[in-house]
Design a protein around this ligand. Structure first.
Ligand code: THU
Length: 130
């Protein structure tokens, strides 16, 4: 795991808009092109309209015309490494192969390494629509 991805996730976490939960999250995604995309959670007074850090990073990636995720890092000020929500697991599976490494982390430096496939066993994918 490169320090670069952690640094990117920590930096973008500072920009999180989390006035309701006070829970700031940062996500950094590296793609096959070597580019790193960042996202933070953006909450809304209409709570369901809030978006997760992972979703923001994926949106930035797609907006840049990039698609192939090869590494993911997510960090929060949680007591244990932050687990992505169900929706974000599905979003990561859309762009990352099952063996793509995902590091879940705390601001304090604890890390848990997993993969896209391990985060979403039994994933629904395009094959189910064949
Ligand atoms: N959140 C994320 O951004 N990513 C995660 O992996 C877990 C949860 C955000 C959503 C909301 O703004 C706040 O954390 C509390 O749920």
């Amino acid at each position: 795991m490169s320090d670069t991805l952690r640094d990117a996730a920590l930096a973008v976490r500072e920009n999180a808009h989390a006035p309701y939960s006070q829970f700031k999250v940062g996500a950094a995604i590296r793609t096959a092109s070597g580019t790193v995309y960042r996202g933070c959670n953006v909450e809304n007074v209409a709570y369901p309209e809030g978006t997760c850090a992972e979703a923001g990073a994926i949106a930035a990636m797609c907006a840049a015309g990039d698609r192939e995720v090869v590494e993911v890092y997510v960090v929060a000020g949680s007591p244990t490494p932050v687990p992505p929500c169900g929706g974000c697991r599905q979003k990561l599976a859309e762009f990352g192969a099952g063996d793509v490494p995902v590091t879940l982390a705390t601001v304090d430096g604890a890390e848990q390494r997993t993969t896209v496939a391990a985060l979403l066993p039994g994933a629904f994918d395009a094959g189910h629509m064949a």
